[in-house]
Design a protein around this ligand. Structure first.
Ligand SMILES: C[S@@+](CC[C@H](N)C(=O)[O-])C[C@H]1O[C@@H](n2cnc3c(N)ncnc32)[C@H](O)[C@@H]1O
Length: 283
C-alpha cells in the first residue's frame, strides 16, 4: 500500500466512524506512525509502506475509529508555544484556554515578579506557558489529582521549566493558603460541564477524558463561588481572578465573582464568539 493509498483508506475509515476531521487525523497518525513531518509525508506519497509501517498505522487508525482522542494516540497536544504531553489522567488542552493565557499575560503587564496561582492545572499547560513567558514570575499550581500533577511535572521537565512552578496537591486554593494577601493573579479553568450535558458530548471527551476534569461538582457554579471566595482572601488589593467558563455561563459566573467581592472587569470571547473568560479584580 502506498502512502497516498493508506491516507485515503484511513480517511474513509475515520469519516465512517464519525471522526470530525478525518483527513487531518489520518495525516497526523501517519506522521506519528512513520516518525516524520508533513513535508516528508508529501514527499513519500508514492512510496510503498513497509509491512511494519502499514500494520502500525492501520492499528492507530482503528483506535482512532473507536473514538480514542487523537492526542491519546500521539501523546501530545500543542498549546500556546509548546507541545504538552497528555495522558488519560489530564484534560487535553483546548485552543480556547489560550485566551486565559493571553488575559493572564495582559494582567501581569507592568508587574515585577508577580505571584501567580493556577487552580486545577491538569497538564500544567497554563502555569507552564506563563512560566515560560514570564521568567520573573513565581508560579504555583494546584490539582486534586496526583496523576495529573505527575503529567504536569513531566511537562515541566520536558520543557526545561523544572523548578519554575511549585506543584501542590489539594482542593482549589487551599494548598496555597499561606500566600494570603501576596498573590497578584489567580487563573483557573475549572471543571464546568453539567452532568446532564455529559451524554451529548463527543465520545472522545465523554468516554476518555477524566471526569473530575470535566464535571462541575454540585451545586452548579459552586466551584466558581468557592474559587472566588478563596481568591478574595489570597489576592492583594488590585489582584486579578481570571476564569474560563462554559458556553452560556459567563453572566452567572460574573455575578458570583461580584457577590464574593471581586467585581468583574471584562469578558473575553473565543473564536466562535462564545464568552469564555471572565476577569475580575479585588478592589
Ligand atoms: C478543566 S480541567 C483544566 C486543566 C488545565 N488547566 C487546562 O486548562 O487544560 C480541570 C482540572 O481541575 C482539576 N480539579 C477538579 N476539581 C478540583 C478541585 N476542587 N481543586 C483542584 N483541582 C481540581 C481536575 O483534576 C483537572 O485537572
Amino acid at each position: 500500500m502506498t502512502v497516498a493509498d493508506a491516507l485515503r483508506r484511513a480517511e474513509q475509515r475515520l469519516r465512517a466512524a464519525g471522526v470530525s476531521q478525518p483527513a487531518l487525523d489520518a495525516e497526523t497518525l501517519l506522521r506519528h506512525a512513520l516518525g516524520c513531518d508533513r513535508a516528508a509525508v508529501i514527499a513519500r506519497r508514492g512510496d510503498t509502506l513497509s509491512a511494519a509501517e502499514e500494520k502500525g498505522f492501520l492499528a492507530l487508525v482503528e483506535q482512532r475509529a473507536s473514538r480514542r482522542p487523537l492526542q491519546h494516540l500521539t501523546g501530545t497536544q500543542a498549546f500556546w508555544r509548546h507541545d504538552f504531553v497528555v495522558s488519560p489522567a489530564v484534560l487535553v488542552p483546548r485552543p480556547e484556554t489560550e485566551l486565559l493565557v493571553e488575559a493572564a499575560l495582559r494582567a501581569m503587564r507592568g508587574l515585577t515578579a508577580p505571584v501567580v496561582v493556577d487552580a486545577g492545572t491538569g497538564s500544567g499547560c497554563i502555569a507552564l506557558s506563563l512560566a515560560a513567558e514570564r521568567p520573573d514570575a513565581a508560579l504555583h499550581a494546584t490539582d486534586v489529582s496526583p496523576a495529573a500533577l505527575e503529567v504536569a511535572r513531566d511537562n515541566a521537565r520536558r520543557l526545561g521549566l523544572d523548578g519554575r512552578v511549585a506543584w501542590h496537591e489539594g482542593d482549589l486554593l487551599a494548598p496555597v493558603a499561606h500566600l494570603r494577601g501576596a498573590v497578584h493573579l489567580v487563573v483557573s479553568n475549572p471543571p464546568y460541564v453539567h452532568p446532564a450535558d455529559l451524554p451529548g458530548l463527543a465520545p472522545e471527551v465523554r468516554d476518555h477524558e477524566p471526569r473530575p476534569a470535566l464535571l462541575a461538582p454540585d451545586p452548579p457554579y459552586g466551584i466558581y463561588e468557592r474559587l472566588a471566595r478563596q481568591s478574595r482572601d489570597l489576592l492583594r488589593p488590585g489582584g486579578h481572578l481570571l476564569v474560563e467558563v462554559g458556553a452560556g455561563m459567563a453572566e452567572q459566573v460574573a455575578q458570583k465573582l461580584d457577590a464574593a467581592g471581586l467585581p468583574p472587569t471584562e469578558t473575553r470571547r473565543d473564536l466562535a464568539g462564545i464568552p469564555r473568560v471572565v476577569a475580575s479584580r479585588r478592589p
